[in-house]
Design a protein around this ligand. Structure first.
Ligand code: FES
Length: 156
């Protein structure tokens, strides 16, 4: 086992002082050390997108990312997208459109959609489908997910 190293993780605007083994993934550290369990572990090998977080605003698969590479980066998880008790507009749209089924994939989808809307506020359905290409929904509820995200077009 490798020697542990100190790591200051900037998560949802707060610094977390941690000591981690260098081979541990960001997903492991988020779920097991910080207890930010909104980030899901699906396949654990880069195929499902359930573990998606934002690193400096860009969607990243946390199961394939070493935690120690996150020094100086800003990480956003689903716990960080709400404003107080108010859901993020993407979350509200998904609820409004009945797009949430078992919910397992939703953290990753919310974060991927948030990043998409920040760089393209009015995406077409095809652009939404492309952006969500790495996010697998095991209930296969894609149509309503796309509909919900497209409905936010033009909003901040
Ligand atoms: Fe990371 Fe599936 S858990 S892609």
């Amino acid at each position: 086992m490798s020697d542990k190293v100190s790591l200051s993780l900037c998560l949802n605007g707060a610094e977390h002082a941690l000591t981690v083994a260098p081979e541990r993934t960001l997903l492991d550290v988020l779920r097991e050390d910080v207890r930010a369990t909104g980030t899901r572990r699906g396949c654990d090998e880069g195929n499902c997108g359930a573990c998606t977080v934002l690193v400096d605003g860009v969607p990243v698969l946390s199961c394939l990312t070493l935690a120690v590479r996150m020094r100086g980066r800003a990480i956003t998880t689903v716990e960080g997208v709400q404003t107080g008790a108010e859901l993020h507009p993407v979350q509200r749209a998904l609820v409004r459109h009945g797009a949430v089924q078992c919910g397992f994939c939703m953290s990753g989808i919310v974060l991927t959609a948030k990043a998409l809307l920040e760089r393209n506020p009015s995406p077409t359905a095809e652009e939404v489908r492309q952006a969500l290409g790495s996010n697998v929904c095991r209930c296969s509820g894609y149509a309503r997910v796309v509909e919900a995200i497209v409905s936010l077009g033009g909003r901040p």
